[in-house]
Design a protein around this ligand. Structure first.
Ligand SMILES: [Zn+2]
Ligand SMILES: [Zn+2]
Length: 372
């Protein structure tokens, strides 16, 4: 019965996916719902397109934060759901509609049955980019509420419903996007000596780039650099004046990220000299690693062991998650919630099982109530 209400909320939110810092309808929907709750122990404050919702606890000696992301992705939905996205070309393909619904469910329980300690619900915009966590962490509202711990969940399509997983220490890697432009001089394919060929420059860069990982980084500190896109030139008989490469950097240690970026810039200096060209580099969206506090994960495990939900140890992954910035400033953890979908995250047919919403609400509320 209870779950029907949350399925409706999830489907409403699923229909209005919006991207980073454009979550206007989403914010409105969340506000309307939250304002329909009894307000006596609530303080609701807008932060850009997100929200801070403070629930006063009975003792109120400290504040536990729970964070949900609220943005969708620029992906054309192909699920065929009757409640599919109304926003053409946009989809909640990373389960943030689930995350928001679970946060609203937990918030509702906190209003109906106030916890001992205060709770700060954070509705974070722009998780997928350009990144809202770091800005929220540095905001005056965050300083005002000053939570002593923070946690969050993410749906996991590969885990069965009824299961959660986490691990102490590193869960997600440090990640950075990578965009590089090479600007030279075009010309006739038969007169290369009068040109600066940017296909040559970009190719040379790609080959040297892989040596950053194999020769500059400590072999005991894993890292990946991948170029996923290369674009250059116009037709077969004109030497390319411009080239652009796009890629991503992933590391387990924050210091290897800095090292790799320095390495890239050194290679680019060499490319500029050798090919007599100009280059520019843009690191796009960056995520700080998600590093879970061991004590909190242990506590969460105990909470879950005393419920019908099962707990699994999670592997670490080279994926990124904006939540890492919160953990840079506040001890806490993130866990995976099993939703058993045949299609993965960011897939246009992602189909998480809605029974998992109740499991998520239970895991989150039990964790909050365990603060005595
Ligand atoms: Zn995502
Ligand atoms: Zn996500």
């Amino acid at each position: 019965m209870m779950n029907d209400q949350w399925i409706k909320v999830r489907r409403d939110l699923h229909q209005i996916p919006e991207i980073g810092f454009k979550e206007f309808k989403t914010q409105e929907y969340l506000l309307t719902y939250i304002q329909s709750l009894p307000q006596q122990n609530l303080t609701v404050e807008k932060w850009r397109t997100g929200l801070f919702v403070f629930v006063e606890g009975k003792k109120g000696e400290k504040t536990v934060a729970y964070r949900t992301d609220i943005d969708g992705l620029p992906i054309k939905e192909e699920t065929g759901f009757e409640f599919a996205s109304h926003h053409e070309g946009y989809m909640h393909a990373c389960g943030h509609d689930f995350h928001m619904t679970i946060a609203l469910g937990a918030l509702t329980e906190m209003v109906n049955q106030p916890p001992e300690q205060n709770v700060l619900f954070i509705f974070q915009p722009a998780e997928e980019g350009p990144g809202g966590a770091e800005l929220m962490l540095e905001s005056d509202l965050m300083k005002k509420y000053n939570p002593s711990s923070i946690f969050a969940l993410h749906i996991d399509p590969k885990l069965p419903v009824g299961t959660v997983s986490s691990k102490p220490g590193l869960l997600f890697a440090n990640t950075s996007e990578l965009f590089i432009d090479f600007k030279g001089k075009g010309g006739h394919a038969a007169y290369p000596h009068e040109t600066k060929d940017m296909i040559m420059a970009a190719s040379a860069f790609n080959v040297q780039l892989q040596q950053v990982v194999s020769r500059m980084r400590d072999p005991l500190k894993p890292a990946v650099v991948t170029l996923g896109k290369m674009e250059a030139g116009t037709v077969q008989n004109i030497i390319a004046e411009h080239a652009r490469v796009e890629g991503t950097i992933r590391t387990i240690h924050p210091d290897s990220m800095d090292l790799i970026k320095q390495g890239i810039e050194r290679i680019l200096k060499g490319i500029e000299t050798r090919f007599d060209c100009q280059t520019s580099v843009d690191y796009g969206a960056n995520y700080y690693m998600v590093h879970n506090d061991a004590e909190q994960v242990e506590k969460f495990k105990d909470v879950i062991d005393n419920s019908d939900i099962s707990y699994q140890d999670a592997p670490e992954a080279m994926t990124g998650e904006d939540f890492g910035y919160f953990l840079k400033g506040i001890p806490g953890f993130m866990f995976w919630l099993g939703v058993d979908s045949p299609y993965g995250l960011h897939h246009n047919q992602l189909n998480p099982k809605e029974e998992a919403i109740e499991v998520g609400i239970e895991a989150v509320t039990k964790m909050i109530y365990s603060e005595s």
